[in-house]
Design a protein around this ligand. Structure first.
Ligand code: DI6
Ligand code: FE
Length: 407
């Protein structure tokens, strides 16, 4: 069958999420959305729309169209599970104690090293399914459970392969500075040397990483160690991100801002200096309420200060086996509202326009605007706010990737 290059979705209500105007949703009522060659070509009032010859026409009968959702922070590729650790935490052990005793991230590292690239990709593609069923069209995937040259590259290749196994776009992030691996016990600086001298250059040479991330925390790496990784990333021309201020304040967001980071993520303990630095650098604050909830944290990120400062705020699942085993971006966005005080409009912008920005993709994804990738979702809802209000309700009518209906 010939591919129809031009299509219009007609009789639609658009939530463009373009950030202009008074409403956070950017509503256009009674519109047509035309795509050509995988891009959005035009948004037209129905009164101005006429079918072109050979054009495919899909009548959505008043349904809503939003940009495809973007999960801008996940650790989707892993092996093994940490259910026993969950039980130990419920019995009183802390995340930090479990990590210090060699569990936590290291347990997942052991299982991930033992898995093949294909096994990892297959498991990740399966794990991704609920996200796709709720309108996700782009997912970021981090490494960080390999922690050797071969195993980090294996994880990144598996992440890229997910994009061929499932109808989704994948952005990869090298997070080799996630934990000190057992063979470097007590020698974190030596491990950072391996990251800078071998793992990062190898990932860059094979074009396996779109960005570089670090875990700046007491139970992971100090700011001066993270700085070495950022310097190396800068040398090879890769943008950076940071897990910062999740459990304590080490100044990770200031460091990230110094390097013009795309995003600083978590930020429960960020202070005013950090917030000012993020604002000045244009760095996105990525909030991860799933991890906050699952670790039973008590100190939410200072959303009102971030908002007042004008720092762009995204929301992501942080999907991982230790701190956020929740494959739902809509549930996560709901948690962002209930636990952190985001408005529904902010949460929706946080999984579309601002999430795209956190991945350096603001020029081509995250809003409905001519010229952008034709990645969007068609919903059977009275208003997009229902997607966040009632996060488990199956409201997806169509998921569209590069102008093709994929669900
Ligand atoms: N912060 C997190 O929430 C995850 N990684 C990180 O740096 C947790 C990863 C894990 O516990 O497996
Ligand atoms: Fe994370």
């Amino acid at each position: 069958m010939a591919r129809i290059a031009t299509r219009s979705w007609i009789n639609a209500r658009l939530a463009t999420m373009d950030g202009s105007g008074d409403s956070p949703y950017g509503v256009r009522d009674d519109y047509a959305l035309r795509t050509r060659g995988g891009k959005i070509e035009a948004l037209l009032p129905m009164a101005a729309w006429r079918a072109e010859p050979e054009e495919g026409v899909i009548d959505v009968a008043g349904r809503w169209i939003t940009p495809g959702f973007i999960d801008c922070h996940t650790h989707l590729v892993w092996a093994g599970d940490r259910a026993g650790e969950f039980e130990r935490r419920l019995a009183g052990a802390s995340y930090a104690e479990i990590a210090a005793a060699g569990g936590g991230i290291r347990a997942t590292v052991e299982a991930t090293r033992a898995a093949t690239e294909q096994e990892l990709a297959d498991a990740a593609a399966l794990r991704l399914r609920p996200l796709l069923a709720e309108g996700v069209t782009t997912v970021e995937i981090k490494s960080g459970y390999g922690l050797t040259v071969a195993d980090e590259l294996k994880q990144l290749r598996a992440a890229r392969r997910v994009g061929t196994l499932a109808s989704v776009r994948v952005a990869t992030t090298l997070l080799a500075a996630h934990a000190v691996p057992p063979e470097f016990e007590g020698r974190p600086d030596d491990y950072i040397g391996l990251v800078c001298d071998e793992i990062l250059p190898a990932a860059a040479a094979e074009r396996l990483a779109d960005a570089v991330d670090v875990f700046c925390e007491h139970l992971a790496f100090r700011p001066d160690q993270c700085r070495r990784v950022f310097d190396r990333a800068r040398e090879v021309g890769l943008p950076v991100k940071a897990h910062a201020e999740q459990l304590s304040n080490l100044g990770g967001s200031r460091l990230a801002a110094d390097y013009g980071a795309l995003s600083a993520d978590h930020l429960e303990y960020v202070d005013d200096t950090g917030i000012a630095a993020l604002k000045a650098a244009g760095t996105v604050a990525v909030l991860l309420p799933g991890a906050f909830y699952f670790l039973r944290e008590r100190h939410p990120p200072p959303v009102e200060s971030l908002r007042r400062a004008g720092v762009p705020i995204a929301v992501a699942t942080d999907l991982n086996p230790g701190t956020s085993p929740f494959a739902s971006l809509r549930l996560t966005a709901n948690m962002g509202c209930v636990l952190f005080g985001l408005t529904v409009g902010e949460a929706l912008a946080g999984v579309t326009r601002i999430a795209a920005r956190a991945l350096g993709l603001a020029h081509r994804r995250g809003v409905l605007v001519p010229g952008h990738d034709a990645d969007f979702a068609v919903w059977s809802v009275p208003h997009p706010n229902a997607l966040i209000y009632e996060p488990m309700a199956p409201r997806l009518w169509q998921r569209v990737l590069a102008g093709e209906v994929v669900n």
